[in-house]
Design a protein around this ligand. Structure first.
Ligand code: C2E
Ligand code: MG
Ligand code: MG
Ligand code: MG
Length: 282
């Protein structure tokens, strides 16, 4: 056609794939089998209440135990799961497995354990999210008020009408919803009051330089103040140091999550993590 159009022969070359692209392609093809081969693993990271010091919840964080490459972190395969659409199936698996792990843990301690599950944009915009979640909860017998779903600002504002409908359905179900990585997106707090939400998770980029960084300090302080005025709880992500913890406590931050308390650990270590207490760490 090129010849016919221009009278000259053009040839189009697909540029040779570089090593990184080939690597990604290989990883992507492995990813198609990962679920059936039981290669996904959920790690859990505790969230502690600032006032009581006790662990009140666990965030489920996906890992991929690759047979040759070892344990792969989410940043290296979640984008591939999203591109391929596999995230919908895998996300549903995470939800079920996290509920099952929490149930098993509760059976041991006889204490309720809340779990937070990250959602991808595809899952959130699917339309039948609330129905799917309801089905999983009923099937497993997990209490809706012990489940929290984490979404991002971007997901919320992508399609305001769909978001509102989904969030209202989740609220009727009794599931908590929090905004993850808060402050890194483009959603104003004024927007947030229109939706039935429960908590904001302040992104760790605002936490890492507390309290020395004065603009971060101001942002975190203002966020906590406004969130509380809007009836939202606040979780600080990525708390690594005692000084950060003290500062956040002074500001009235409700919960903390971060390496200071614990790194994410496999389900087998849930029992040890639920027993952690901020008071023991000072
Ligand atoms: P996220 O939901 O914001 O999770 C918090 C991330 O911060 C986790 O990284 C956690 O290990 C890390 N983190 C926690 N405390 C600290 C700390 O004190 N210091 C530092 N430097 N990092 C800390 P991870 O596990 O690598 O997960 C990365 C992201 O992958 C998550 O960010 C989430 O967006 C996504 N993700 C993880 N699991 C799932 C999943 O099941 N589904 C979906 N859709 N996304 C997931
Ligand atoms: Mg999260
Ligand atoms: Mg986050
Ligand atoms: Mg994130």
């Amino acid at each position: 056609q090129a010849k016919a159009a221009g009278g000259r022969a053009f040839r189009f070359y697909a540029p040779a794939m570089n090593e990184r692209q080939q690597d990604l392609l290989a990883l992507e093809s492995d990813l198609h089998w990962a679920l059936e081969r039981n290669e996904f693993v959920i790690y859990y990271q505790p969230q502690a209440d600032m006032l009581s010091g006790k662990v009140v919840g666990m965030e489920a964080l996906l890992r991929w135990q690759h047979p040759e490459r070892g344990l792969i972190q989410p940043d290296d395969f979640i984008p591939l799961l999203e591109e391929t659409g596999l995230i919908v199936k895998v996300g549903l698996w995470v939800l079920k497995q996290a509920c099952l792990d929490a149930m098993a843990q509760q059976a041991q301690t006889q204490l309720p354990l809340r779990i937070s599950v990250n959602l991808s944009a595809r899952q959130f915009s699917a339309g039948d999210l609330a129905a799917q979640v309801a089905e999983v909860l009923a099937e497993i017998g997990f209490a809706p008020n012990q489940l929290e779903l984490e979404i991002t600002e971007q997901m919320l504002i992508n399609d305001l009408e769909t978001s509102a409908g989904t969030l209202e359905a989740l609220q009727r179900l009794g599931v908590r919803v929090s905004i993850d990585d808060f402050g890194t997106g483009y959603c104003s707090l004024a927007y947030l009051k229109r939706f039935p939400l429960h908590a904001l998770k302040i992104d760790r980029t605002f936490v890492s330089e507390l309290p020395a960084n004065l603009s971060d300090s101001a942002i975190v302080e203002a966020t906590i103040l406004l969130a509380h005025k809007l009836g939202l709880e606040v979780v600080a992500e990525g708390v690594e140091q005692a000084e950060q913890l003290h500062f956040l406590r002074q500001l009235g931050c409700n919960m903390v999550q971060g390496y200071y308390l614990s790194k994410p650990r496999p389900a087998a270590e849930l029992a040890g993590m639920v027993a952690l207490d901020l008071a023991d760490l000072y």
